[in-house]
Design a protein around this ligand. Structure first.
Ligand code: BGC
Length: 739
């Protein structure tokens, strides 16, 4: 019997109309599977430890190699889980060794980083979050699960739930941006997409919630660096998306590399036991990140690897990814009493119960299917979905009328990134291959209009020798598309930067092209908020296209030429410069908010406005929308009540368009200070020219709840503001009270 329940996504999500209901299927039965209990009674200590060991294959290696010879380790029963190995044939080969050649025949679990697609690659996650479209995000995860499971995989290291306000950090590209409410909705949508309602189905994947916790807050944006913050801020800002994924039924969690309050997450019993298991009721297993256990020696938290392994197991880490500490020392540590056998048993029980929930004890080969692998991978339907989601992920930051471009007009396409298939895929592209990308941006534009391509310059370096040819191409054309940004390897893991400028001489090329006076649209490929102040001033139009995936070339052309009306909204704030960082919409008011233009002793910069260049929630369309004032169903409400806030949105332009309507609240006085804007609801609405629609958002006690001064979660009586609009910096407002 599966344990299924219906719940509202995450404690912090309350506006039901906006996010909808997620069905949480905790596929592991409430108790332990009898087959697991029977196995536990038979297992030797070595066999038990084997189930806690996860080694990489030698196919793709995503970190340091600690041990060679994983096939021998599978055969000896000392390694029960493998990652970075896929294809139906290869996983079957390894599974046969585990099933036929080990004493107990326990099937292997195969994991992989299926982050934004497996073979069909979707936009990077930061881009996907800009769709604000939970159905589309769920569908992308379903497609990824279908493709990956046919290749023998059971487990994806996704969703990445790390809230981030630090653009220097390369991994901001892998997450859903800066907002806990949007991030929670996305974490739940992805989990639902991967796991479906039946984890044992042959086309679903086990989700892994990562990187728990607060990995997105490294000091100075340097990857793997120290994280420190108050417990309140951790709970309010960083934890909600991890919890939302757990609430949606995710049965594995990955501990993060970073320390928190002086304790590495890999041995942090407060995170792993108190919060994850005791408060949230998580019943799956916890895995380390890659060599997370050994790294506790460098952290200065463990004397040696052996000690680190003991600390991790005793804190609640069930599975050791790649450090070999459990492999090398855990048997002895149980024998010596440093680790209780019951602690090891509990870890093994959790892992085996997930294997049971995946159906591996019923048929260990159900996921390896050469037929499905051939027929369900990179299908026309998957690619069509990827193209449409890619177009939806793009954010039109600026448009003075250059876009949409004219079809039939001579177009100069410029920039190394315009001719790159590789960069379209972004980092962590699963098993996505460049050969599967049908068109670069330049190719796709050529299919729409007469076009000439010139590289101009590379993304990095100071070679200006291509400027002349690029300018000549621009002068001979009617309109210019310049594609600039970051090499995709400059984003993702271990890709922190101290500057968020457009690298190399790309901005210089832009200035020269702008000086031709020709209509100029800039397309950006990048994985973090960049300093676009100069770019925005020079370009007639600015389209943020992120790394849009396998079908990204066509998707960019779809938007540029108006076949798709852009609807993306930023899930992260774009600063004017690095000096403003961290800058995000969820900020507090301070005791000296900047309100008087000439004031000195107010919270402001002397050399730069406080406002960002592009605010959270910003994104233009080829049409325009107007908002009525907000109507409230009552001036106040109380416990057990729901207040409704309504607006009427009208398409005031000439084209059908989709608007994401956002609702924010502010608690005016609290027992602890509250942010000036907190996202609490959103809804996408598609309107024909002249069409209007009334949207209603629910506000209930949960909507206004927070971690109060005494660290209890709940609402406080008093005055509130509600804001509704098309961007966090462009809203209508009204006041209400809670009694
Ligand atoms: C990353 C994880 C990833 C793991 C396995 C680590 O380096 O931090 O996000 O899942 O490698 O590839």
């Amino acid at each position: 019997m599966k344990h299924c329940k219906t719940l509202f996504v995450a404690a912090a999500l309350s506006a039901v109309a906006t996010v909808g209901i997620v069905t949480s299927c905790n596929p592991a039965p409430e108790g332990s599977d009898p087959r697991v209990e029977k196995l536990l009674r038979k297992m030797t200590l070595e066999e038990k430890v084997g189930q806690t060991v996860l080694f990489t294959s030698d196919w793709t290696v995503t970190g340091p190699s600690m041990r060679q010879g994983y096939i021998d380790d599978i055969r000896s029963g000392r390694c029960g889980n493998i990652f970075n190995a896929y294809t139906a044939d290869y996983t079957r080969k390894l599974q046969e060794i585990a099933v036929n050649e080990t004493r107990l025949g326990i099937p292997l679990l195969f994991g992989y980083d299926v982050i934004h697609g497996f073979r069909t690659i979707f936009p990077i996650n930061l881009g996907m979050a800009c769709t604000w479209d939970m159905d589309a995000i769920t569908r992308s995860a379903q497609i990824a699960a279908r493709e990956a499971s046919a290749a023998g995989l059971h487990w994806t290291y996704s969703p990445m739930c790390d809230i981030c306000v630090e653009p220097r950090w390369g991994r901001i590209s892998e997450g859903a941006g800066e907002d806990p409410y949007l991030g929670s909705a996305i974490a739940a949508a992805m989990t639902k997409g991967y796991q479906g309602s039946d984890l044992s189905a042959d086309n679903t994947l086990l989700a892994c919630v990562k990187h728990y916790a607060a990995y997105g807050a490294p000091q100075a944006g340097r990857d793997y660096n120290t994280v420190d913050m108050s417990e309140r801020w951790l709970r309010e800002f960083y934890l909600p998306p991890y919890k939302a994924a757990v609430d949606a039924g995710a049965l594995s969690v990955m501990a993060s590399f970073n320390e928190l309050d002086g304790v590495p997450a890999t041995a942090n019993a407060h995170l792993l036991q108190d919060i994850l298991r005791d408060e949230w009721g998580f019943r799956g297993f916890v895995v380390t990140d890659y060599t997370g256990i050994n790294e506790m020696v460098c952290h200065g938290y463990a004397a040696d690897e052996k000690d680190a392994g003991r600390l991790a197991m005793n804190a609640g880490i069930d599975m050791d990814m790649q450090s070999a500490a459990y492999f090398n020392y855990l048997v002895d540590q149980v024998r010596s009493g440093e680790v209780k056998e019951s602690t090891l048993d509990e870890a093994v029980r959790r892992i085996l119960n997930v294997k049971a929930a995946l159906g591996l004890f019923d048929d260990p080969y159900r996921y390896c299917s050469p037929e499905r692998e051939a027929s369900q991978t990179l299908t026309a339907q998957n690619k069509a979905e990827a193209r449409s989601i890619a177009a939806q992920s793009m954010v039109l930051l600026k448009n003075d009328g250059v876009l949409p471009l004219r079809k039939g007009a001579r177009t100069a396409v410029i920039g190394a990134l315009a001719a790159s298939k590789d960069d379209l895929l972004g980092s962590w592209r699963g098993a996505g291959e460049v050969q599967a990308v049908p068109a670069t941006i330049a190719d796709a534009i050529r299919e729409v209009t007469p076009a000439v391509y010139a590289e101009g310059c590379k993304e990095t370096g100071d070679d200006r020798s291509g400027f002349g040819a690029a300018l000549a191409a621009a002068r001979s054309a009617d309109q210019i598309v310049l594609v600039i940004g970051e090499d995709c390897q400059w984003t993702g893991e271990a890709a922190s930067r101290t500057s968020i400028n457009i690298p190399g001489v790309q901005s210089e090329l832009l200035e020269k092209l702008a000086a031709t006076g020709k209509p100029l649209a800039v397309v950006l490929l990048n994985g973090r908020p960049l300093d676009l102040s100069a770019v925005s001033a020079a370009a007639g139009a600015l389209l943020e296209a992120w790394y849009p995936g396998t079908m990204g070339g066509y998707a960019v052309a779809d938007v540029l030429f108006g076949d798709v009306n852009p609807s993306g909204k930023l899930c992260v704030t774009f600063p004017r410069n690095l000096g403003q960082v961290p800058i995000y919409h969820y900020a507090k008011n301070t005791g000296r908010p900047y309100v008087h233009p000439e004031a000195k002793y107010e919270s402001r910069y002397l050399d730069c406005p406080n406002e960002p260049l592009y605010a959270f929630g910003h994104g233009l369309s080829y049409t325009t929308f107007s908002y009525s004032d907000i109507t409230l169903s009552a001036a106040s409400f109380g416990a057990g009540d729901t207040l409704q806030a309504s607006v009427t949105v009208t398409n005031t332009g000439g084209r059908t368009g989709t608007e994401t309507v956002q609702m924010y609240i502010r608690d005016l006085v609290g027992s602890v200070t509250r942010p000036v804007r907190q996202l609490k609801g959103f809804e996408r609405v598609t309107l024909a020219p002249g069409e209007s629609k009334q949207l209603t958002f629910d506000i209930n006690p949960e909507t206004i709840s927070f971690w109060r001064a005494d660290m209890t979660w709940g609402p406080e009586a008093g005055g509130f503001k509600v804001f509704i609009g098309g961007s966090s910096d462009n809203v209508k407002e009204a006041e209400f009270s809670y009694e």
